[in-house]
Ligand binder design. Structure first.
Ligand SMILES: [Zn+2]
Ligand SMILES: [Zn+2]
Length: 309
């Protein structure tokens, strides 16, 4: 199959994957990966939700990043909020953490009664404490009115300041790597090794050797992606154009370089996500996939909200 028809087949596969909601399909014994939000940047958009994904292993949810709307996206994906056990934040930018606290609170209103471990860079512990304090009135009212357990004691934040082993349970082993996303320090990528597959989430990063090392031999790499001509158009629309463009180029990765990273790491499937720009109609799925395939010979998937891979 030549590259063009391979891309066409990949896009067709991807279109099939998003034709039915994740919840409507047969339960899959595999470790599942569902993209909850694929647009980069905090500005709410009609077309795509903010960055978030969930890995479901053995019925247990591991959420990675909590952009705006993450709880609703989980509901739309058919993942019970009460199954939430682990939350991972790649870095403390609002497109990745705006709904971190809301996810915990809303999962609790949906019946969460068990421990949740949250992992991410500082000040995760302070963010957690202040969110619980801010929500004290609602929590106390619902405990009195509805007989719910206290939320605070269920939530266990763990601050991570660098790469290395993060957590391990009977289902997955989680490892982090420090990536390059100035001025945010630290910014992390996460790798999930389950019995049947390995999945890496890049978070936000400029091209990073540490990410390539973390992703070596993984089945799936979800990598952020920028389309450079679109970045010019995006920046031109903003009042702070020059600074924004400078930030994007210094802190993020082009789709071509995401392909380079996937090739260097030898991953089976590259999933593009965290699109910048996220809503430029001039950039088609084919253009994203072609750009990533410039330096990568594996399967490329152009991510969509609620797509399962
Ligand atoms: Zn981001
Ligand atoms: Zn960021």
């Amino acid at each position: 199959m030549d590259r063009r028809s391979f891309l066409a087949a990949t896009l067709a596969l991807a279109a099939g994957a998003r034709s039915a909601p994740a919840s409507a399909r047969r339960p899959d014994p595999r470790t599942r990966l569902i993209l909850l939000g694929t647009g980069g940047g905090p500005r709410p958009r009609a077309e795509s939700s903010a960055p978030a994904q969930v890995i479901v292993a053995d019925g247990v949810g591991y959420v990675v990043d909590c952009g705006d709307g993450v709880a609703r996206q989980l509901a739309r994906a058919g993942v019970p909020l009460a199954s939430l056990r682990h939350v991972f934040i790649t870095h403390q930018h609002s497109d990745h953490n705006a709904d971190y606290g809301n996810l915990l609170l809303l999962a609790w209103t949906a019946g969460l009664r068990t421990r949740v471990d949250a992992w991410g860079p500082p000040p995760l512990a302070r963010i957690t404490r202040l969110f619980l304090e801010m929500s004290e009135y609602d929590i106390a009212t619902r405990m009195a009115d509805e007989g719910r357990p206290a939320l605070g004691p269920l939530i266990h934040p763990h601050e991570l300041t660098g790469g290395g082993p993060v957590a391990r349970d009977g289902r997955v082993k989680v490892t982090a790597a420090r990536v390059r996303h100035p001025l945010v320090e630290p910014a992390l990528a996460y790798r999930f090794d389950a019995a049947d597959r390995s999945i890496v989430i890049s978070g936000d990063t400029a091209p990073s050797e540490d990410l390539v090392r973390l992703a070596r031999g993984a089945d799936v790499l979800v990598h952020e992606a920028m389309f450079l001509p679109g970045v010019e158009r995006l920046a031109a629309r903003m009042p702070h154009a020059a600074r924004l463009k400078q930030h994007l180029l210094a802190s993020h990765t082009s789709a071509e370089d995401a392909g380079r990273a996937a090739q260097a790491a030898g991953v089976g499937t590259l999933v593009l996500s965290h699109f910048v720009p996220a809503d430029d109609p001039a950039i088609t799925d084919e253009m994203w996939a072609e750009a990533a395939a410039t330096h990568y010979r594996g399967r490329v998937v152009v991510g969509k909200d609620l797509m399962e891979i």
